[in-house]
Design a protein around this ligand. Structure first.
Ligand code: EPU
Length: 425
């Protein structure tokens, strides 16, 4: 859906506190994991984001009934799987939905899921998902843009991922939870979102050990019960607000944070000269009264510096005098923010996945987000400049940041989004 642009008048110091939503990237697999239980499950901390609505549409097609029972609480119930396919129209809206394959396969023995294809910033391969399924006894065929997965028995065996993949680890775990096999996943992702889904599944009676280490063992169980669970805070949103504070050279209290999920980000901002203090689940981020220093950043899997904060970090460093180097080998093409930041006066040279950034004073300009985190980079940059920046492509921001304009206004930002009727006047 096309949304009206954000109008941001920057240049004023932000202050106060901002509360981080619960994690989009943890919520999506936890919602999918409810497919494994035939009893009702209540989830808390579910952000109201377009990606969440997309996965709920897909799950309705599969047989899940859902009801919002609070602002961010959702009841889900899948008494039976009524369709075992995930069609292109639904999967192509959000590539992360490919992990329904493991859940449908576990519950129904067969799944047909559209190939996810690429996204705005490059290919999103699923070869590791497919190799894991095959190694664990699943028959996988490809036909007409779809993967068909079938199992005669419970998944069983050992698979070593060739690289760290969050979605691949989710998918293989989901496929192995029900039954009587034993699955060992080596070189598994240790990402917080994998740990959260495993804690949720174990709370319903699954038998999964080793999450948070590189070896995860899934022992099949006959069935999962119902239950309730609260999803972890969003470390990417927290990091986005930390970078906003630094770019704005202001002091913000960022609430509802797991500081242990943000160590790499905190360390990098501290290296730049930002003061960061922990106060329970609040981080006080203070970039006042100090000259920030340029730094070099390379993205990695968790617990390294996240690719999902690379565009925001690039926007911040575009405002810091001196030369910084940002490299994103995790997603080498994740660079749609660069041309838009150029429009705002940023000095960024790109070679492969490397950005060489010379700090400059940015200015307002009309810009367009082509994906979620590029949109975040743009609102960070816009809030540092004098004048009015108009950000188009707001539908991408709505995939990851709940009630963004309202929350930014809460820390003193001048952010307006005219509704459609007003915009057409
Ligand atoms: N990869 C392969 N083969 C595979 C799977 C992955 O080569 O079969 C590669 C990818 O190309 C990438 C790396 O492995 O280079 C890591 O990809 P991963 O599978 O971990 O990514 P994902 O699970 O598809 C999630 C997040 C992304 C985030 C990445 C990396 C969700 C819904 N998505 O994607 O989040 O960038 O992990 O941390 O959890 C976002 O929120 O903006 C976003 C894109």
């Amino acid at each position: 859906m096309q949304l009206t642009p954000l109008h941001i008048k920057g240049g004023r110091a932000l202050s106060g506190e901002i509360t981080v939503q619960h994690s989009k990237n943890a919520a999506l697999p936890v919602i999918v994991a409810t497919l494994l239980s035939c009893e009702p499950v209540t989830l808390h901390g579910i952000p109201r984001l377009s990606d969440v609505y997309t996965i709920l549409d897909l799950m309705a097609h599969l047989g899940t009934q859902h009801k919002w029972v609070g602002d961010n609480s959702l009841e889900l119930y899948t008494p039976e799987i009524i369709n075992t396919d995930a069609p292109y129209a639904l999967v192509s809206k959000m590539r992360a939905s490919f992990i329904v394959m493991g859940a449908i396969l576990a519950r129904a023995g067969q799944a047909t899921v559209s190939m996810p294809g690429g996204c705005a910033w490059g290919p999103r391969p699923v070869d590791q998902h497919v190799k894991a399924f095959r190694a664990l006894g699943v028959t996988m065929t490809e036909d007409g843009g779809n993967f068909d997965a079938r199992r005669e028995a419970s998944l069983n065996g050992h698979f070593v991922f060739e690289l760290l993949t969050v979605g691949g680890t989710h998918n293989a775990i989901l496929a192995a939870v029900l039954g009587d096999g034993v699955v060992v996943l080596d070189n598994a992702s240790i990402d917080t979102d994998v740990v959260d889904m495993v804690e949720f599944l174990n709370s319903l009676g699954a038998d999964i050990t080793g999450a948070g280490s590189n070896t995860i063992t899934v022992r099949g169980v006959a069935a999962l019960r119902g239950g309730s669970y609260t999803v972890i805070p969003d470390r990417i949103e927290a990091g986005t607000f930390m970078m906003l504070a630094a770019a704005n050279r202001c002091k913000l209290r960022v609430r509802n944070v797991r500081p242990d999920h943000l160590r790499a980000v905190t360390a990098k901002l501290q290296e730049m000269g930002v003061q960061i203090t922990e106060d329970g689940n609040t981080l006080i981020v203070d970039a006042t009264g100090t000259e920030l220093k340029p730094v070099n950043v390379t993205t990695q899997s968790f617990p390294g510096f996240p690719t999902d904060l690379q565009p925001q970090m690039s926007a911040l460093l575009a405002t810091v005098p001196g030369t910084s180097v940002v490299q994103d080998p995790v997603y080498p093409d994740r660079l749609t923010h660069v041309a838009e930041l150029h429009r705002m006066g940023a000095n960024i040279t790109v070679s492969g996945y490397t950005q060489v950034i010379q700090g400059a004073k940015l200015h307002a300009a009309p810009v367009k987000a082509a994906d979620l985190r590029a949109g975040a980079a743009l609102f960070i940059a816009a809030l540092t400049t004098e004048g009015e920046t108009v950000i188009d492509g707001v539908q991408y921001l709505n995939r990851g940041y709940e009630r963004l304009a309202e929350r930014l206004r809460g820390i003193g930002a001048n952010v307006q989004q005219h509704d459609m009727a007003l915009a057409m006047d």
